[in-house]
Every structure is written in C-alpha cells, then in structure tokens.
Design a protein around this ligand. Sequence first.
Ligand SMILES: *[C@@H]1O[C@H](CO)[C@@H](O)[C@H](O)[C@H]1NC(C)=O
Ligand SMILES: *[C@@H]1O[C@H](CO)[C@@H](O)[C@H](O)[C@H]1NC(C)=O
Ligand SMILES: *[C@@H]1O[C@H](CO)[C@@H](O)[C@H](O)[C@H]1NC(C)=O
Ligand SMILES: *[C@@H]1O[C@H](CO)[C@@H](O)[C@H](O)[C@H]1NC(C)=O
Ligand SMILES: *[C@@H]1O[C@H](CO)[C@@H](O)[C@H](O)[C@H]1NC(C)=O
Ligand SMILES: *[C@@H]1O[C@H](CO)[C@@H](O)[C@H](O)[C@H]1NC(C)=O
Ligand SMILES: *[C@@H]1O[C@H](CO)[C@@H](O)[C@H](O)[C@H]1NC(C)=O
Ligand SMILES: *[C@@H]1O[C@H](CO)[C@@H](O)[C@H](O)[C@H]1NC(C)=O
Length: 538
Amino acid sequence: MRLLTKILRIFLILKTFLLPIYTKLPQDDFSFDSCSPPQLALNGSETEAGEVRIKKDFNHVREVKFSGSIGPLGEQRLCKIKCIAGQWVGPLCIDQQDNGRFQPLFRNCKLEYINPHLLVTFRNVSIHTPGWTFPHGAKLHTRCKELGLYKLLGTATPQCQNGQWSSRLPSCVPTTLLTNFTEDAPPSILIRIPSGSASAEPGGELAVFPGSTLHFECIFSRRLGSPDWTWTSPLGQYLTGWAIASEERDWKYRLSIYYAKPQDSGTFTCATPRGITNSITLVVTAVHCEPISVTRMHLSVRVEGTRLGHKAIFQCPMGFIVSGEANLTCQASGKWSAPVPKCDLVKCPPLDTPEKLGEPHLQVEEHNNSYGGRSVFSCAWGYKLLGPPGIECELSGNWSGPLPVCTPIQCPPPVLPLNGHLIQSEAPGMDGGRYAVGSLVQFACTGAHHLEGEASIICTETGFWSHPPPFCRPKCSYIGEPKNGFISPTKFAYDPGDELNIICNDGFSTNSNDSLICLSDGKWSSVLPACANISSLI
Ligand SMILES: *[C@@H]1O[C@H](CO)[C@@H](O)[C@H](O)[C@H]1NC(C)=O
Ligand SMILES: *[C@@H]1O[C@H](CO)[C@@H](O)[C@H](O)[C@H]1NC(C)=O
Ligand SMILES: *[C@@H]1O[C@H](CO)[C@@H](O)[C@H](O)[C@H]1NC(C)=O
Ligand SMILES: *[C@@H]1O[C@H](CO)[C@@H](O)[C@H](O)[C@H]1NC(C)=O
Ligand SMILES: *[C@@H]1O[C@H](CO)[C@@H](O)[C@H](O)[C@H]1NC(C)=O
Ligand SMILES: *[C@@H]1O[C@H](CO)[C@@H](O)[C@H](O)[C@H]1NC(C)=O
Ligand SMILES: *[C@@H]1O[C@H](CO)[C@@H](O)[C@H](O)[C@H]1NC(C)=O
Ligand SMILES: *[C@@H]1O[C@H](CO)[C@@H](O)[C@H](O)[C@H]1NC(C)=O
C-alpha cells in the first residue's frame, strides 16, 4: 500500500467520473497475489464515497479502468491501475498523441510563484494565482503584461517534464521609460494604433488585423545617440526616424507600418547604440471571432466588433458584480480572450455563525448580506454593545463598518456611607474595583450608627445599582427599662435630640433627672437612672 499512497498523490487531481470497470482474473490463476480495494479518489477527494462505490470483492480484480480528469483544466483520459504482486501500480493513461497506448502518468509540476508583471497562460486560459499543478508535457505561455514596457528575460514557454519545469519561469525586466532612461536598460517600445485593431497575445505577440496602422516608438534619450530598428520580414520597407513634434523629438525613435499586411508579420527590434535590444513580434492575420451573444440575466455588453483586436466590455447593473473577465479581446486564435462572464449579486461576507463573528458575546438579531441589506447585533446578558448595532452591506461587497463589540456591563464601586463598610469586600464578578451585572453588596454601620436605606444592593443590567447606598446615622439604642418604672417613648433607636422620659411606679422615683437626651454622637446624655423607694430616699 505504501507505493499506492505515493501514486495517489498524482490522483489528487485525477478524478474519476465514470464507474470504474474491473477486469477479473480467471478462476484458476493461483499465483495471483490479490490487492486490497484501491483508494480511488472521486472527483479529486479521497472520499469514503469512493470506497462505497467500489464496494466489491477485490480478491480477483487485476485491473481497474476509469476515466480520469487530468490537470487544472480537467482533460478527460482513460486510465487504469493494475494489481501486481499485491500492490496497485499506476495509473497508466491513454495519451491520444501517443498512439492511444497506456502510458505511465508522469509527475505534475507546480507553479510556485508568478512574477507580478508576468502573464501566464495555459491553453489560452490565463493563470492568475500560483499554486496550480500542471500535467507532464504541459506548456505554459508567458509574456510581460505591459507589452513593450518590460522585456521578457528567459524562456517564454516553460514545459513540465515529469515534475520539473524545463526552464525557470521568465522574469520581466523594466525598460528605459521605467528606469529614467538609464543607458544599460533595454529601450521601451510604445505601441500606438491610430487606426485598426490589435490584441496582445498570450504568447507575447502583437496580433493585428490587416489594414491597421501601427507606430512602434523606441524610447531612448537622443543625447546618447540614435537607436536602430531592424525587422525580420524580408520584404518590409518601413519608415523610421526621430519623431517630429518638439515634445517627442528627443526621446521617441519611431517605426511606422501603414496598412499592415500579413507579409509584415515578423519581429521588430530596436537596438540602442550599446546594442541593448527590445522587440515586438507582430502577427498580421484576418481573424474573426464568433459574435458574442448575451443571454445571461442582468449582463450587458458593448462590443466593438468581431475582428481580431476588437473588445467586448461587459457590465452588470448596480448591486451586481462581473464574475469573470469584464473585458474580452478577440484573439488571433479566433477565440475571445476569456469566456463570457456573468453577473453575481453583490454579497458581503456572511456573519451568521459564531465562527464568522469571532466574538463570543455578540448575537445576530437580523442578517441580510445582500447589497443594501442590514445586519443587526445585540449582546448576551450582562454585556452591552460598543458602536452602532447595525452595519450595511455596501456596493463594494464590504460591510459599512466593523462589527460592534460587546463589553461587560459593570457598576462602579458603590459609595460607602460615612461610618459604614461593606460586609462582602469582594463580590463575585468583581473586576478591577468594578462589579459585574448581578453582583450583590451588603453594608454595615460601625459603632453607634444605624443603617438607613437598603442594606444590600444589586448591580443591574443598566450598569447602575438597584438602590442608592444607605446612610449610617448616629442613633441612641434602646436603653432598657428601670426596675420599678418604664421609659417613654419605647423605640429600637432614637435620633439625636430625642428625649427619653423615665417614669417610675407609684412610690418610686429617680433621685436625679427623669429625662435623658439622645446626643449627636448616638450616646445618651447620662446613664439610665434607677427608680428608688421613695421612703428610702427620705
Ligand atoms: C463528479 O463530477 C461530475 C461532473 O462535475 C458530477 O456530475 C458528479 O456528480 C461528480 N461525482 C461525485 C461523486 O462527486
Ligand atoms: C527618476 O527621476 C525622477 C526625477 O529625476 C526621480 O524622482 C525618480 O525617483 C527617478 N526614478 C528612478 C526609478 O530612478
Ligand atoms: C475594461 O475596459 C474599460 C473601458 O475601456 C476600462 O475602463 C477598464 O479599466 C477595463 N478593465 C480592465 C480590468 O481592464
Ligand atoms: C490557443 O490559441 C492558439 C493561437 O493563439 C491556437 O492555435 C490554439 O489552438 C489555442 N488553443 C486552445 C486549446 O484553444
Ligand atoms: C436583503 O436586503 C435587500 C436590500 O435591502 C432586499 O432587497 C432583500 O429583500 C433582503 N433580503 C431578505 C431575505 O430580507
Ligand atoms: C473592502 O475590503 C477589503 C478588505 O478589507 C479591502 O482591501 C478593500 O479595499 C475594501 N474595498 C472598498 C471599496 O472599501
Ligand atoms: C435634667 O435634664 C434637663 C433636660 O431634660 C437638663 O436641662 C438639666 O440640666 C438636667 N439636670 C440635671 C441635674 O442633670
Ligand atoms: C418602701 O419601704 C418601706 C420601708 O422600708 C416599706 O414599708 C414599703 O413597703 C416599701 N414600699 C414598696 C412599694 O416596696
């Protein structure tokens, strides 16, 4: 199975579309060492569904044939794996270009990096992002995006050879216009097409429709000498020379082609006096592309025509974006440079799951991520929103602002009454002197002070305490009753200034003052006098 695992790496992009065909063994072949069920990858992923679909007894299966989809473009090929000495070997696939024989599938090549100025195409499909894998034999076409402004250095068509590119991907060297006319840079070539139409081809050629007029402007500082134009078209005679207009005459050395004909096809090279060159390869061909027909919803198109170099520019109405290439050019292959795009509704990134919110206390009240839609949020109990509660999905596909944030609701530390203190100094949920929602605190008063108000208060969802903190008032306590007498009024506590009268029973009397005053510090003006037998006083 070890070898098979290796082989299956190749299978990652090799997908089975058809039910595999199994070749069985003649019953009397005893020398056969059977293989375990192969891990065929269905449509690219090594699924269990694969095992389910291939739920067969593999004891007598010698060979499995299937239709493989190979490479990033999914080329369909008939492939097979063979059971040899208990191990699956393969895959072998039929290559039409090779007499239809089963051939081992060579290793793929990966495109690790794409120079930002490089345009890479594979079979006329442009490859924008690195990471693609290409089958053995695949040939990439490369050119620098800005034809004439960068010079391609390296091989323009690297090919995948059993896991290795035949050459490094080329690079794009900046030319004089980008290097401030330094003498060691290749000259820039500006392409102007006053009449006619042209297409920059994936292979780096400039393809033009016959009859077009072209100016190639070699950019070089006239102070440093004159560059030289040469061309490969044997019959061509072209006008070359410095531009006439005063603002151009010192840096544009021009070659003009009027009414281009197929015979003008060839390579046009501008060489500086130091022999540094840059070239444009011209192809003149009378190609037409299929007319573009737009039947897709919402999509509108402006088409210049169907001649080589003509453009089709697609648009979608407000609230939609063009999905695919918006600008197509008719290319020398007779094909448009990309498929007709479609209009997708503008959508903002969805925020309807906790993972996408990434904020544990945030809750979604309303969610509409279409253009113009709104999402509204709230916070879990004990938390409050910071920032506006709602955001809107904008035309750009971005939300109008960041997600709101939930912060815990906290009450400030309660104000301690004078002569009072907290019984629970540390309530649960207390954080840096602040209290979480639900925290309860209890007050007590010191000494001769009595609590007035609520003895316990709770931190509420509003961030305020349920009640104001209590007061600790100085009070005189109930002092007790004298023997043989009573006091008036009788209370648990007396306010400062209150008078307390001692009334003795008949035949008894206090031998001093018979009233006490509650003083401002909560103490009685004197001790409780006793009621004594009058006869004993005499
Ligand atoms: C594999 O892909 C084909 C075409 O895209 C599709 O019709 C088929 O349902 C897919 N099969 C599986 C198992 O995913
Ligand atoms: C080109 O020259 C201009 C002005 O002389 C300068 O600002 C700029 O940085 C130069 N650019 C390069 C690439 O040297
Ligand atoms: C497509 O063409 C339009 C009009 O010529 C132009 O404004 C736009 O920048 C082009 N877009 C791309 C991606 O080239
Ligand atoms: C790609 O374009 C070239 C011409 O530029 C053409 O010859 C070739 O057939 C095209 N290939 C595919 C796969 O369309
Ligand atoms: C979402 O918002 C858009 C724009 O306001 C509206 O047209 C659409 O009906 C909304 N979708 C839902 C499911 O409410
Ligand atoms: C949308 O958001 C992305 C990612 O944050 C940003 O790169 C882009 O510039 C934004 N687009 C607009 C139109 O604000
Ligand atoms: C008796 O009490 C009164 C107030 O009730 C006070 O004015 C007076 O001084 C007291 N007399 C004595 C002897 O304590
Ligand atoms: C008060 O004392 C006298 C003499 O000691 C006694 O006779 C009398 O009963 C006492 N009065 C009361 C109410 O106890």
